[in-house]
Design a protein around this ligand. Structure first.
Ligand code: NAP
Length: 325
């Protein structure tokens, strides 16, 4: 597997998003099977794993911690803080990035992940009550204490990246980015490029839609967050089919799959981009890894841009990203 650099941190060119193994995509699969999947991903060359305190809450960090315990030295673990979770009911009570809360959250994450240090520690969402300078300053102290190695930010603007970066170098920004969510192209990707910050697109497969495997008439089971996403209403999915068809055509030309084209397109945008597709299935994990070998030429990329610009995406990503973290 090729490697890429997020700031100074080297990771596999594609990572594995672990969230769906515990939450948001219906009934979670068997934990033991998911632990095996994480270990198989390492055998297949993936070194970069994404989790968060809020996934479960807590169950996903526990799963990842158990999975990587025997192979800690081979992996880079990214996790996130920033929510206030009732420790008794595990209910999400809003945002909290106050310094003392970050410290508590990190101590708890370290225990669940069974590690001495968190490789990449993201603030999950900007807390309007806490200046990002204070957040970066707290993470800087945690890095000095050895509890974390690198600072990351999630769902931020170029301006927020610059403010944090002035306090402590930001290693990676994790925003939603894919062929149907391109807002980060305006000011976030240019800021990352200028400052030497890596970029990690979340939901790089458009929560599965861009793979062409989501049927228009599909009903999502209880616990699948797509039930409430405007982009996954019957009407929006029908309106957004041209995007699926386009990806299917390009995939055919490259003897690849639509999922591979969606990921190869992201990889081709910038050398500091490392997508983290989420899957609970070995076959799909192998397929997604295969995207690294798919080469899109400048002519392909121009054609994709040209075609995609003619397809207005229906349904805001907004309500999606407030719910999906
Ligand atoms: N920072 C944030 O706020 C934030 C927000 C959301 C997510 N994330 C991170 O980003 C990661 C990825 O996002 P995501 O899981 O929401 O979206 P995604 O990677 O765009 O898509 C995941 C969906 O696609 C399906 N899928 C995966 N590979 C496939 C393939 N080759 N063919 C067909 N279907 C495929 C998965 O189903 P199966 O699992 O059944 O294969 C799942 O339903 C998460 O795991 C999480 O770590 C971060």
């Amino acid at each position: 597997m090729q490697k890429r650099k997020l700031g100074d941190l080297e990771v596999s060119a594609i990572g594995l998003g672990c969230m769906g193994m515990s939450v948001n995509y219906g009934t979670p699969p068997d934990k033991g099977e998911m632990i095996n999947l994480v270990r198989t991903a390492v055998e297949l060359g993936i070194t970069f794993f994404d989790t968060a305190e809020i996934y479960g809450p807590f169950a996903n960090e526990e799963l990842v911690g158990e999975a990587i315990a025997p192979i800690r030295e081979k992996v880079v673990i990214a996790t996130k803080f920033g929510f206030d979770v009732d420790p008794r009911t595990r209910e999400r009570r809003g945002l909290n990035s106050r310094p003392e809360h970050i410290r508590q959250a990190v101590n708890d994450s370290l225990k669940r992940l069974k590690v001495d240090t968190i490789d990449l520690l993201y603030q999950h969402r900007v807390d309007p009550e806490v200046p990002v300078e204070d957040v970066a300053g707290t993470v800087k102290e945690l890095i000095e204490e050895g509890k974390a190695r690198y600072l990351g930010l999630s769902e931020v603007s170029g301006q927020t990246i610059r403010r944090a970066h002035a306090v402590h170098p930001v290693t990676a920004v994790q925003n939603e980015y894919s062929l149907w969510a391109r807002e980060s192209e305006d000011d976030v990707l240019p800021a990352c490029e200028e400052l030497g910050v890596g970029f990690v697109p979340w939901s790089p497969l458009g929560q599965g839609f861009l793979t062409g495997k989501v049927r228009i008439d599909q009903t999502f089971e209880k616990g699948d967050i797509r039930r409430i996403f405007p982009r996954f209403s019957l009407e929006a999915m029908a309106a957004n089919q041209p995007l699926v068809e386009l990806l299917g055509q390009i995939a055919e030309q490259h003897q690849a799959t639509s999922a591979q084209i969606a990921l190869a397109w992201l990889l081709a945008q910038k050398p500091f981009i490392v997508p983290i597709p989420g899957t609970r299935k070995l076959g799909r994990l192998q397929e997604n890894i295969g995207a690294v070998a798919v080469e899109l030429t400048p002519a392909d990329l121009r054609e994709i841009d040209n075609q995609v610009s003619k397809i207005p995406v229906q349904g805001p990503r907004g309500s999606g990203h407030e719910q999906l973290v």
